[in-house]
Design a protein around this ligand. Sequence first.
Ligand SMILES: O=C(O)CCC(=O)C(=O)O
Ligand SMILES: [Fe+2]
Length: 285
Amino acid sequence: MSEQGTNDVTLDAPSAPAVSGASPARSSPKPALRAGAALPDADAAVAAGIGKLDSSRLRADFGRQGAFLHLEEFLAPEVTAQLVASARALIPEINRNYLPGHKQGGSVSRHTIDERAPFIAELYRSKALIGWLEQLCGDKLLPSPDSDPHAYALYYYTRPGDHIGWHYDTSYYDGRRYTLLLGVIEESSCRLDYELHTRDAQVPDEPGSVQTTPGGLVFFDGDKLRHRITPLGANEMRVSLTFEYVTDPGMRPWLRFISNMKDAIAYFGFRQVFRKLAPRRKPRA
Ligand SMILES: O=C(O)CCC(=O)C(=O)O
Ligand SMILES: [Fe+2]
């Protein structure tokens, strides 16, 4: 995909050391750069990184952990650097929410990302990434529909106390909904706490806790992983990127309504959620 927007944030060469292939662990045979552009090629960079992983072992880990996997390192450094630059550039676009007792924090929806950081949209659609996630979970994965503001989104924890309480990433779709969280900025004491197997009566619950380090990932079936993000401390900042993939993009109308209301209230605001749904009027001649 070459939806390379002119207003996408690109890194100056000096601030992107990994672009020169400086990291031996992640250097790829073909540098993940486009001719004449400072943006990495998302798909090539992901493909190169995946080639070095023991995917059959990771697939077994994902199954054993009840549809959950955490990798401290995943993205190539030049991709992470681009995500960090985009996350910082989109700070003015943050929509903040406060749901007493459940959530406090900011988010930027896929609609804003499409306009301002198309590199992220390109990473979301990376065939290498989707194919690898399919190997892990054993399902055929599809991108979420264009109308879903949550398909890819940035979560910002910028004020003390920002957090999200225990929840599942419930699927309102006709099929399963998988969440991929990518660590972008981690200058915080926040933890992603989780409990595995809570929906499986045969297996005892298993608690765990990780930090979403830059370039690392967490991948899980949204209906199976009970999780939360613990509150941000003073002078801290955390940003993560979420990608949502589905096995069936159909959704019953009343569930679409509930999902939209949840996204409007808890994440992106009514304008972001409902603007794409409103029929566009043709300008009068
Ligand atoms: O901030 C994160 O990394 C995850 C937040 C989360 O679990 C959610 O918004 O559903
Ligand atoms: Fe979640």
